[in-house]
Design a protein around this ligand. Structure first.
Ligand SMILES: Nc1ncnc2c1ncn2[C@@H]1O[C@H](COP(=O)(O)OP(=O)(O)OP(=O)(O)O)[C@@H](O)[C@H]1O
Length: 355
């Protein structure tokens, strides 16, 4: 285990920002801290770096208690959203900076530094740009220099705070792919902060979903997406339709439809969540699992058809996605009645439902 946090607490004045946070980051893992604005992601990341201290709790990095140590005593590389490169230094000098300021006894020779900088330039795919100044680079290139600079000191842990947040969507997408490859090549334990669920799902080995200073769920991208443990995670990670219903011995009654579930609730008002792509749609009534809805709008987006539907007498939109081929075969139009049943539904007590 590289990082272990136990019962970490942090307040700024009267605002409690982290509550009883327990977190473990394994050696070589690429972990995303994901959550809405203000959920405490950056504070947690800064705490790993030693830039914030905990009010209570304990943290170890590689088995060493670092709870009360300064950033300098931790081998941590940090990259912020707004690349803080030294404007008056070349790319090579920026990357070499962390090595040149080392104490004489730890400092590599001039030749060693030059070799390391060249290797890092190759790693971050910036060969040939060593003598440029930051102002002569694109945003994406600057962020890669910032990453090379953080990697130069051979950190035990690499911390990235919304590293691609300031870049446009296309560059962002390229860079996150590249980050995954870079991580494979270096194997450095990496923690990155994002509020973008797609970025977390695309890049991370493990996702920590945060909400209101607490960890809501930890798991692989597949687990947190496919098996959300709370209504919040259901809605924050991907789209989900919410249904009010009544649970009854392994099923939930929604309108006239009875949907089988593994839920343990009996005879209670519950909320059920179903993802738009997890509905089976039919033109005619197939049985008591079918919920009658009316098609309100149909939007083809490439191979996927996005359908909005409502239950008769309700204005609540139900989002449904169908593969183009399946939808075309049904031959349904706006205003038509159809029947839906979810292949999977997550059930929660009404009390749990706060978002
Ligand atoms: N130095 C500080 N002084 C006072 N309050 C702070 C300080 N730093 C953060 N906060 C507050 O702590 C809470 C959590 O902030 P934090 O930056 O950790 O959240 P976040 O999840 O990273 O949000 P964002 O995605 O917006 O950066 C917020 O309410 C914020 O206003």
């Amino acid at each position: 285990m590289t990082i272990v946090m136990k019962k970490i607490e942090k307040s700024f004045g009267k605002t409690q920002v982290l509550r009883e946070v327990d977190l473990q980051v394994e050696q070589g893992e690429l972990l995303a801290l994901l959550g809405p604005s203000g959920s405490g992601k950056t504070t947690l990341l800064r705490m790993i770096a030693g830039l914030e201290s905990a009010d209570a709790g304990k943290m170890t990095i590689k088995g060493k208690d670092v709870t009360n140590t300064s950033p300098k005593e931790r081998k941590v590389g940090f990259v912020f959203q707004h690349y803080a490169l030294f404007a008056h230094m070349t790319v090579a000098a920026n990357i070499a900076y962390g090595l040149k300021v080392k104490k004489r006894k730890d400092r590599p020779s001039k030749e060693e530094i030059e070799t390391m900088v060249n290797d890092l330039l190759t790693l971050v795919k910036l060969d040939g740009l060593a003598n440029r100044f930051p102002a002569e680079l694109s945003g994406g290139q600057r962020q890669r220099v910032a990453l090379a600079r953080a990697l130069a000191i051979k950190p035990d842990v690499l911390l990235l705070d919304e590293p691609f947040g300031a870049l446009d969507a296309q560059v962002r997408k390229e860079l996150r792919r590249w980050l995954r490859t870079l991580h494979k090549q270096t194997g450095i334990t990496t923690v990155f902060v994002t509020h973008d669920q797609e970025e977390a799902l695309d890049v991370a080995d493990k996702i920590v979903v945060m909400r209101d200073g607490q960890i809501e769920q930890v798991g692989s991208p597949i687990t947190v997406y496919e098996d959300p443990q709370t209504p919040f995670v259901y809605q924050f990670l991907g789209n989900a339709n919410r249904f009010n219903g009544r649970s009854n011995e392994g099923s939930i009654q929604v309108g006239n439809a009875k949907w089988e579930t593994a839920s343990a609730f009996d005879n209670e008002d519950v909320v059920g969540f179903a993802r738009p792509h997890e509905f089976v749609v039919s033109k005619s009534y197939q049985g008591n699992a079918d919920l009658e809805v009316v098609v309100q709008s149909i939007h083809p987006v490439g191979p996927i058809i996005f359908i909005e539907a409502t239950q008769p007498g309700s204005n609540d939109i139900i989002d449904i996605q169908q593969p183009k081929k399946v939808w075309s075969a049904l031959n349904l139009n706006e205003g038509d009645t159809m029947y839906i049943r979810p292949e999977k539904i997550g059930i929660f007590q009404v009390d749990d439902y706060v978002i």
